[in-house]
Design a protein around this ligand. Structure first.
Ligand code: FMN
Length: 225
């Protein structure tokens, strides 16, 4: 999206502050992407630095629980509760963090705007989430038509890697996290979480037949317990 926000209506002409526009206050008025230097000038990665240097994983999960943050994919499931479903025993699995950026619902451009213009916001959010969940690898499952978002996210990932914000021993914390963009082939069902995992793992994008147990957050799409 290259149109200036000022052209989008009175609500977007209002001054944006962290308190009033928590997700969008860092957007530029000219609609150009906010790259790493500017993002950091606007307090970017301060939360990630705090999460890595000052907080235990359990504290991050607790804070997210207390915040009341909910998923925006339709179900509105409490994020902290979902995170609490991850098995405590780390030896049971390798942990991946998946971001559902399929956004196939007609006219839902909420994720696209952020990914195109504030790609570091997603990278930082995933870094904090990965830290909380002890995930060492993350994938952004991105709607294939979102060519600009893919380009900007990949550039943001490269910038973050070069600045020591992704990769090995992030900011000297001992924590490693790698992040990749995976573009989907364009089927609506890929946005459903179990179909998304199947597709990402190279299988046909079919939905798990019934509610899997344990939930996909703990086990993947179709693996037995
Ligand atoms: C047919 C179908 C399509 C879906 N498409 C999307 C989507 O494009 N993006 C999304 O975030 N969630 C989508 N969902 C919801 C996901 O299954 C899941 O609830 C959501 O990713 C969880 O988000 P959370 O981890 O933020 O709570 C879809 C669900 C169904 C049944």
């Amino acid at each position: 999206m290259t149109r200036a926000l000022a052209s989008l209506g009175p609500a977007n002409r209002a001054a944006r502050h962290e308190e009033t526009h928590p997700l969008t206050w860092r957007l530029r008025d000219d609609g150009q992407p906010v790259w790493l230097e500017e993002y950091q000038q606007k307090n970017g990665y301060a939360a990630a630095r705090k999460a890595l240097a000052e907080m235990a994983q359990a504290d991050i999960v607790q804070q997210v629980k207390e915040s009341g943050l909910k998923g925006r994919g339709g179900a509105g499931f409490p994020t902290g509760v979902k995170w609490g479903l991850m098995p405590a025993d780390e030896s049971l699995n390798i942990r991946y963090l998946l971001c559902n950026a399929d956004e196939m619902e007609p006219n839902t451009w909420k994720d696209r705007l952020l990914m195109e213009q504030l790609p570091h916001l997603l990278v930082e959010g995933m870094l904090i989430s990965a830290r909380a969940l002890k995930a060492y690898r993350g994938y952004i499952f991105l709607r294939g038509e979102y060519v600009d978002a893919a380009r900007n996210l990949n550039r943001a990932i490269e910038e973050a890697k070069a600045a020591g914000l992704l990769g090995k021993n992030i900011l000297g914390s001992g924590f490693d996290f790698e992040l990749f963009v995976h573009t989907g082939a364009g089927r609506y069902i890929c946005g459903e979480e179990t179909a998304l995992i199947n597709s990402l793992e190279g299988r046909r994008a079919t939905r798990a037949p019934s509610r899997p147990s344990p939930p996909p957050s703990a086990s993947g799409a179709s693996r037995p317990a």
